[in-house]
Design a protein around this ligand. Structure first.
Ligand code: HEM
Length: 412
């Protein structure tokens, strides 16, 4: 049998500052020259093409989601010890495969309904108006700090029944969790990060225990009580695991969608921002184009269950895969003139930014609603918005959740 030379890229370093600041030129080079390669440093196989990323999301017979939440950097023994002692999360939703996933997702769908999402619109609008009018005063502001950092947290916390005053603490734990899953740190920092994970987990467990005894009108209570058509419900540690996920996925992603949106609309001011101010009906498709062009989750993960040939490359069973969503979304096989930001792009919605298939993002309708409402209010209330020129953007130090940590804007 002929042996294959494994395509490798020893220099692949997604933690490196140039890559974090702008991964798109790297993505373009991979797609063109080596769309599937092995990174020996990470021991991950990297997939850059739309068709390959899509197949890895969809085909549950070949690919598993088991590694989706694992730390990308191996744990030090001390950090692993801290986790083993205090962290009780169990694979429930995001990092499970059928039939475990099918059961949990059915129950989550019972609690997280389109009706519940639609009912959030007045609250989202009220919050958006309040933050814009209250914080965007005086002609210049960091819009992340003023608006996009907090609004999605206030929304998901309202949904889950978490008090507003916990926003800074939960946001801080969520940032810590991103470093745990998708960051690279030195050994002492790893231990601090693990301590933060345990504290965050205990907070979530307490919330679930409270709603089990004191039911309220919130998603946490709904999830504790949800029973699917087969009469199944989630165990307390499974409910806590789903909530633990939402306390991160429910706001960090949407913060980045809003920040990336402000950035891209203002970078293309005449064709995007001014068009949206004149014609707000364009906003939903423009949001899809932001998700395509600058996704808030730029990479996600899968494992192979069996040996698979991907774009002609033989990948062994049990191999870790890094799915470059941000690259797939700019594949010319799928999107014409893909490096162009075009709010009127007819197939923008075919991006892979919410994943695809059985794990398709549970919160996508909520994220889309938040983005529509925020951009409706922002274009109406601050049409004179511009980006402060020549600012150097900094990005959160993790390889998956991508958005600027601050964005200075001006308005007249
Ligand atoms: C711009 C905003 C968002 C983006 C880009 C995003 C992206 C993603 C991605 C890439 C996945 C993995 C899909 C897969 O493995 O196939 C996912 C799953 C998930 N997302 Fe989101 N998400 C966003 C907002 C939200 C919000 C607001 C919530 C909650 C309210 C949420 C909850 C979830 C959950 C629970 C899952 C796991 C679903 C499952 O495994 O069945 N997400 N999301």
């Amino acid at each position: 049998m002929a042996t294959q030379t494994i395509p490798t890229r020893p220099e692949f370093d997604p933690f490196e500052a140039t890559f974090l600041a702008d991964p798109y030129p790297f993505f373009a080079a991979y797609r063109q020259r080596q769309p599937v390669f092995h990174s020996p440093a990470l021991d991950y196989w990297v997939l850059a093409r739309y068709a390959d990323v899509r197949a890895a999301f969809r085909d549950t017979s070949l690919y598993s989601a088991a590694n989706a939440l694992s730390p990308i950097q191996p744990r030090t023994p001390r950090a692993a010890g801290i986790m083993a002692e205090g962290f009780g999360s169990v694979p429930t939703l995001t990092n499970t495969d059928p039939p475990v996933h099918t059961r949990a997702r059915r129950i989550a769908n019972v609690a997280f309904t389109p009706r519940m999402v639609a009912a959030m619109e007045p609250f989202i609008r009220e919050m958006a108006i309040h933050l814009i009018e209250d914080r965007l005063q005086g002609g210049q502001a960091d819009i992340v700090r003023a608006l996009t950092w907090e609004l999605p947290a206030l929304v998901i916390f309202k949904v889950l029944g978490v008090p507003d005053e916990d926003v800074p603490q939960v946001k801080s734990w969520a940032g810590n969790r991103l470093i745990f899953m998708f960051g690279r740190t030195d050994d002492p920092t790893q231990e601090q990060v693990a301590e933060g994970m345990v504290a965050f987990w205990r907070y979530t467990e307490t919330l679930v225990a409270d709603r089990t005894i004191n039911p309220r009108q919130d998603f946490t209570t709904e999830l504790v009580q949800a029973v699917d058509a087969e009469g199944e419900r989630l165990r307390p540690e499974e409910v806590a695991t789903v909530l633990f996920g939402l306390l991160l996925a429910g706001h960090e992603t949407t913060t980045n969608l809003l920040s990336n949106g402000v950035r891209r609309f203002l970078e293309h001011r005449a064709n995007a921002w001014e068009a949206l101010c004149a014609e707000p009906g364009l906003i939903p498709n423009a949001v899809e184009e932001v998700l395509r062009f600058d996704p808030s989750v730029v990479m996600w993960r899968r494992k192979t269950k069996v040996p698979v040939t991907i774009s002609g490359v033989d990948v062994p069973a049990d191999a870790n895969l890094l799915l470059l969503i941000g690259s797939a979304n700019r594949d010319k096989e799928m999107f014409s003139d893909p490096e162009r930001f075009d709010i009127r792009r007819a197939n923008a919605r075919e991006h892979l930014s919410f994943g695809m298939g059985n794990h398709l993002c549970l919160g996508a309708p909520l994220a889309r609603l938040e983005a529509r409402v925020v951009f409706e209010e922002l274009t109406r209330r601050r049409p004179g918005l511009t980006l402060l020129p020549e600012q150097r953007l900094a990005f959160h130090p993790n390889i998956s959740f991508r958005g600027p940590s601050s964005l200075e804007v001006r308005w007249s």
